[in-house]
Design a protein. Structure first.
Length: 237
């Protein structure tokens, strides 16, 4: 790579790197070609909560999904950081490595992350200034842009912004525990249930969203009534 090129120059030359070619390149360079049972793909338009996820596939292996809505307007360097982050999760999944953090970003994850960030191996995809993989994807503005369904607790007044039209519920548990309190102090759902327990009421939604739901209900051949929370909402998130 020409050392005189700035990051802006690189963005003009290759603004949308091929994620499959990147995956193959990084797998060979940083993961010793151990991710053959992992695939990578763009997400649907509905994945707006995080930049990427790594999940087990039925039948074996794992799959990395990169958020097209969040990454499509971000610099290529952000795409590379997110992909490498998820590839670290993939290598731990495929090797059966259990980390010491429930969220998956413990000592082992951080050691692999630090090794790649500090690497001096020849890498034509390395951004100027090197990689800066982190334990979180800091695309707060983009995530917040898509969170246009707002719910407020009637008791404590806490407001939750969501990209999907559903109130906070058990499926939001950080550890995916069902039927009981997970005990995780970082789990916002069970923390609220434990200390407040108030009901969630919808206070905002995207402009015209209610009209779209009514049209869907009519097309289905029945009268659309909506949820009690949606009925009390007059505006758009």
């Amino acid at each position: 790579m020409d050392p005189s090129l700035t990051e802006e120059d690189l963005e003009l030359l290759d603004p949308h790197p091929d994620i499959h070619a990147l995956f193959v390149h990084y797998n060979s360079l940083y993961f010793q070609d151990k991710l053959g049972a992992c695939s990578v793909e763009w997400s649907s338009a509905r994945m707006t909560l995080c930049g990427g996820v790594c999940e087990f596939r039925p039948g074996g292996g794992c799959r990395i999904k990169l958020s097209e809505p969040l990454l499509k307007l971000r610099p290529a360097r952000d795409l590379k950081m997110v992909l490498l982050h998820e590839m670290i999760h993939a290598t731990m999944m495929l090797q059966g490595i259990r980390d010491d953090d429930p969220g998956g970003h413990g000592t082992i994850f951080k050691s692999i992350m630090a090794r790649i960030n500090a690497s001096t191996l020849p890498d034509h995809q390395r951004p100027p200034g090197g990689y800066n993989i982190t334990t979180t994807h800091s695309m707060f503005a983009e995530v917040d842009f898509y969170r246009q369904h707002h719910w407020r607790c009637e008791r404590c007044g806490n407001v939750i912004k969501r990209s999907m039209n559903r109130p906070p519920q058990e499926a939001d548990c950080r550890l995916h525990v069902k039927g009981r309190d997970c005990g995780d102090l970082a789990c916002q759902y069970h923390l609220h249930t434990r200390h407040c327990g108030g009901q969630w009421v919808k206070i905002k939604e995207p402009e015209g969203f209610g009209n779209k739901q009514q049209k869907k209900g009519r097309k289905a051949g029945g009268e659309w009534r909506g949820s009690e929370q949606a009925d009390c909402c007059g505006g758009g998130q």
